[in-house]
Design a protein around this ligand. Structure first.
Ligand code: SF4
Ligand code: SF4
Length: 97
């Protein structure tokens, strides 16, 4: 299975994204991911595939440049362990209609 599951299209194909230098998404406590979160849902509910598990780092890796600002982060993590805010003005996604 590809990184995008059944839908092989990369959602970033449909947006103009100007990522800010500083991440607007952060894992609050990496230990919670390891000790409490068996299924790590952030690695599959995010349509932008922003979060991924690294065996090497033993931590969730966050690629904020892939965020399409769907707003699911604060709701999808069962431990309220993701800090998310909109990118600063002028940065982030610009949807094409
Ligand atoms: S869903 Fe939340 S607690 Fe679980 S791995 Fe992701 S960030 Fe960590
Ligand atoms: S806001 Fe949406 S696209 Fe951005 S990281 Fe959270 S779940 Fe992924």
């Amino acid at each position: 299975m590809t990184a995008f599951g059944k839908n092989k299209e990369d959602p970033l194909k449909y947006v103009n994204n100007i990522p800010a230098e500083n991440p607007h998404i952060q894992i609050k406590n990496k230990e919670i991911c390891i000790d409490n979160c068996e299924n790590k849902p952030c690695t599959y509910y995010c349509p932008g595939r922003v979060c991924s598990w690294s065996d090497e780092e033993q931590a969730i890796q966050v690629d904020h440049t892939r965020c399409i600002e769907c707003g699911s982060c604060p709701w999808g993590c069962p431990y309220d362990n993701i800090y998310w805010e909109f990118p600063p003005g002028g940065y982030g996604v610009h949807y094409e209609i």
